[in-house]
Design a protein around this ligand. Structure first.
Ligand code: FE
Length: 333
């Protein structure tokens, strides 16, 4: 017992010393995969000498771990995808408030929490994809129009259990109301060509293979598949261009409530929003930089310009419970 106590005492003393003498290490809990974060973390280490250690897992176990570790957590930063998840983490009181002119200057307000507890670092559009063999893009217009009878037996969707669809529906509720959103979902369900998919890539492959004609996916899944399959018979379509625009979501991060090196963590988060980091962070996953002074990669630019929905992504979190209930009511599995 006393041995354990003295180890704890020593490590606490070291922690205290480290934070005073400027941490040379940071710890990130990330639900983004290693190959998407390692390049930019390495760049930071090279630049500053600060080592960035990380563990990766799905967002739910990482949040559970942060809760369980409480004040003892080694994590300085929590990084994940989707405003719905970031909002959940904020609700669970896992983040601390960060007031940073650098972050506010680099990231548009609709892509970060008003509280300052998290910020977007990259953007992805959740848009319509269609078969180049069986769909004339002239037939396409809005997300809502996929509920029309003309799409009967032609629509494919991912499961409603995925936060991406919950966020899409949450923002629709905010924009067009729960009643109309419910009608749209009912129409989508009536038009399904196949049971819901567990991931966006399988959905894209089913359009390519002829099982579905249209679907809704995140752009980077399309980018990855198209890169590996130049003959892919699927294209992106930007819906709602005469209205609110295409649903855009984020990947992002915040400094943990019990960070051991909060000052260093803030500096790192600030750096992640700078053009230097933004370029790599977005490009490795074929995403759009959240800092709008930075251009996307040529691959991504080739998808063409579109009008994004500029709704504050916090809505995706705030209306998530309503969205889940509505999807369930309308039979979206
Ligand atoms: Fe994803």
């Amino acid at each position: 017992m006393s041995v354990i106590r003295s180890i704890v005492a020593v490590s606490l003393a070291l922690t205290a010393y480290n934070s005073v003498a400027q941490a040379k290490e940071l710890v990130v809990y990330s639900s983004r995969q290693e190959h998407l974060i390692q390049p930019v973390f390495d760049m930071y280490t090279e630049k500053t000498g600060v080592k960035v250690n990380f563990i990766t897992d799905k967002e739910a176990p990482l949040m559970a771990r942060l809760r369980a570790e409480g004040t003892n957590t080694p994590a300085d930063i929590f990084m994940t995808v989707d405003a719905g998840n970031l909002w959940q983490a904020e609700e669970q009181d896992l983040f601390r408030e960060v007031k940073s002119d650098i972050i506010e200057g680099n990231i548009p307000a609709q892509y970060r929490a008003e509280s300052g507890k998290w910020t977007g670092l990259s953007l992805r559009a959740r848009t319509i994809v269609y078969s180049t063999e069986r769909v004339d893009p002239e037939e396409l217009s809005t997300y809502e129009a996929l509920a029309d009878d003309s799409w009967k037996g032609r629509v494919c969707l991912r499961t409603s259990k995925k936060v991406y669809n919950q966020s899409l529906v949450a923002t629709m509720i905010e924009s067009i109301g729960a009643e109309e959103t419910g009608e749209v979902i009912k129409g989508w369900m009536a038009n399904l060509a196949a049971p819901v998919f567990s991931d966006d890539t399988a959905l894209l492959q089913s359009i390519d293979a002829g099982q579905c004609d249209v679907g809704i996916v995140n752009t980077y899944y399309y980018g990855r598949l198209a890169k590996d399959n130049p003959d892919l018979k699927v294209k992106l379509f930007w819906p709602n261009q005469d209205g609110r625009g295409v649903h855009v979501n984020i990947s992002g991060a915040g400094v943990t409530k019990h960070a051991k090196s909060p000052e260093e963590a803030i500096k790192f988060l600030e750096w992640l929003t700078t053009p230097e980091a933004q370029r790599i962070f977005a490009d490795v996953n074929q995403e759009f930089p959240a800092n709008d002074s930075v251009k996307p990669s040529e691959e991504v630019q080739a998808w063409g310009d579109f009008k994004p929905d500029t709704i504050n992504v916090e809505v995706a979190g705030r209306r998530q419970p309503e969205a889940i209930m509505l999807m369930d009511q309308m039979g979206w599995n």
